[in-house]
Design a protein around this ligand. Structure first.
Ligand SMILES: Nc1ncnc2c1ncn2[C@@H]1O[C@H](COP(=O)(O)OP(=O)(O)OP(=O)(O)O)[C@@H](O)[C@H]1O
Ligand SMILES: [Mg+2]
Length: 534
């Protein structure tokens, strides 16, 4: 059995060799490798090595360790380190850039502009210093880019596609991450002093182009790259000093095919939703924080007919639709002094002027819900999410202040569903977090719901029954197609989704292209894919 050190060493020897080759004249050989540093961490804490992968080769790697006593896992970021001389030069370069950077003459991408300038500055220092054995310029460049343009100390974590959330609960406490495979994990990154943490929160606010201060200590904003940031400043509203939490944005959104792949939804349910979206059925997605509501909303809205006019209304722009005829509206907090606020309520009202087929509201919480329901009552279709765990709880919330939806409006919702994070034991016997759409109802009347699908936790299977579906009745009325024909339509769409899944066609653009082609010429798509409808 190779020891942990051996395992880690082999893992990174190759990378290390490349690095050393590139920086032949450096003293790097004297320094520790990632593997050695990780092994030291492991020995110090007597923890068990579980997993590791590169975050940004050859600079940063992630390790997952387990404390054998408690079974707790920890996420360790290992980055190359600067030696004293490199640190000194790094400080000089960053200072130089900060003082000397001049505003560009014409309109340019500010990031690219700073990047170019930083590279030029590094080259100038390099020329000035001449031969510099023991110095790695590429390492210095990594740090300059990381700190000036990137997310500084947390930059490696931002690069990890497995991380969904990053949060800091105050000074002296580890940064926590939510890992797709290992759930909530503390990391080895800690802001040790209040100044360091406050400075970082200010940096985040600046990056988002927003303001945070003692006078305005709460911030809700979008970071470059679309990450959603919520932060508090100093001890104004949070007892342990500044805090923040970041919901990372996925460059590559989760599609309906991914959801089938993850087992969040079955191909049959997905096909049912595809048909429901085709006929603009009003849909409500429920779940707790981080359950996957917005993701599901986005994946379903991607199934809408491309000719529909869609208006989306959100507090932070999270939705991404492959539609031409899409208007994305985003609310705006008040300016300092409390003026100029544009709420979801205002936006839902204004959206009606756009004559939308479908109004998508990221999440309903307040009086905007009432306007949305009024819009639905006058013939628009609606899609939204709500923080609730069951249809009863959702209806209770909808009909109470501040939403105040009259019970007679509740049947305007055609389909309601709950998405949950649940734990599954994987092949190795480890519990693994997964998401499942656990319940789907059709709303017949106030407090009268038809169960169309239920997830069986023991067998991890979805039990779907469309025999009592009133959504199919509605579609039948609109189209004049019989129930049998609609069952066949669901079966065809299911076969297409299964084909896409089997052929690993999952990206949002690719999936959209098949969906759109099916809308234009279903027969041609079925023939081209050669899918058999069972
Ligand atoms: N079906 C899924 N399978 C795997 N990961 C998912 C799934 N759905 C969502 N996620 C991931 O979970 C995280 C939270 O998802 P999402 O933002 O959709 O949740 P939410 O319920 O809208 O949360 P909030 O209440 O904070 O708005 C995201 O990082 C997303 O990529
Ligand atoms: Mg959400």
């Amino acid at each position: 059995m190779p020891s942990v050190l051996e395992k880690l060493s082999t893992l990174f020897r190759k990378k290390k060799e490349e690095l050393v080759e590139e920086e032949e004249e450096t003293e790097e050989k004297k320094e520790t490798t990632h593997a050695e540093r990780a092994a030291r961490y492991f020995l110090r804490r007597k923890s068990r090595y579980l997993d590791s992968y590169p975050l940004y080769e050859p600079w940063a790697y992630a390790y997952i360790f387990e404390d054998p006593k408690t079974g707790n896992l920890v996420y360790v970021v290992e980055e190359v380190t600067l030696n004293d001389r490199e640190k000194e030069i790094y400080d000089q370069i960053t200072e130089y850039i900060m003082w000397e950077l001049e505003p560009p003459e014409r309109e340019v991408d500010p990031r690219e502009y700073v990047m170019k300038y930083a590279r030029k500055a590094i080259r100038q220092f390099q020329l000035k210093l001449g031969r510099t054995p023991g110095l790695s310029w590429s390492k210095i460049q990594y740090y300059v880019e990381r700190d000036l343009l990137g997310y500084g100390i947390l930059d490696p974590i931002f690069r990890d596609p497995n991380i969904e959330d990053i949060s800091c609960n105050g000074v002296g406490r580890p940064i926590y991450v939510w890992h797709r495979k290992y759930e909530s994990l503390p990391t080895n990154i800690v802001f040790e002093t209040e100044d360091e943490l406050d400075e970082y929160v200010l940096k985040l606010a600046h990056m988002a182009g927003k303001h945070i201060s003692v006078a305005y200590p709460i911030l809700d904003a979008i970071l470059p790259g679309g990450h959603r940031l919520a932060a508090t400043f100093q001890k104004e509203v949070s007892t342990k000093g500044s805090t923040f939490t970041i919901r990372k944005f996925r460059e590559d959104p989760i599609t309906i095919i991914d959801m089938i792949d993850f087992g969040t939804i079955s191909p049959e349910i997905a096909a049912y939703f595809w048909l429901a979206m085709d006929y603009k059925m009003t849909t409500l997605i429920m779940g707790v924080t981080g359950a996957g509501k917005t993701t599901t909303l986005n994946a379903l809205a991607n199934l809408l007919r491309p000719t529909y006019k869609v208006v989306t209304i959100e507090d932070t722009p999270e939705l991404r639709l492959p539609l031409e005829n899409w208007v994305q509206l985003v609310s705006r907090p008040s300016y300092l002094g409390g003026v100029g606020e544009i709420t979801l309520f205002h936006l839902v009202k204004v959206s009606l002027r756009y004559r939308p087929d479908v109004i998508v509201v990221g999440e309903v919480r307040g009086e905007e819900a009432y306007v949305l329901f009024q819009a639905i009552a006058t013939g628009h279709s609606g899609m939204t999410t709500l923080h609730a765990e069951s249809i009863d709880a959702a209806v209770k919330r909808l009909t109470s202040p501040p939403m105040n939806i009259p019970p007679s409006y509740i049947p305007l919702i055609n389909i309601a569903m709950v998405i949950k994070r649940v734990t599954k034991i994987d092949e190795t016997g480890r519990p693994r977090p997964v998401r499942r759409i656990t319940n789907i109802w059709e709303v017949k009347d106030y407090e009268d719901y038809i169960v169309v699908s239920k997830w069986d936790p023991v067998r991890d299977r979805f039990e779907m029954d469309l025999s009592k579906s009133i959504v199919l009745d509605h579609i039948s009325e609109i189209t004049g197609r019989s129930r049998e024909e609609l069952y066949e339509e669901v079966a065809k769409r299911k076969a297409i989704l299964e084909w896409l899944h089997a052929n690993h066609i999952r990206s949002y653009k690719e999936v959209a292209s098949y969906i759109q082609r099916y809308y234009i010429n279903p027969k041609a798509v079925l023939e081209q894919l050669g899918v058999e409808v069972r």
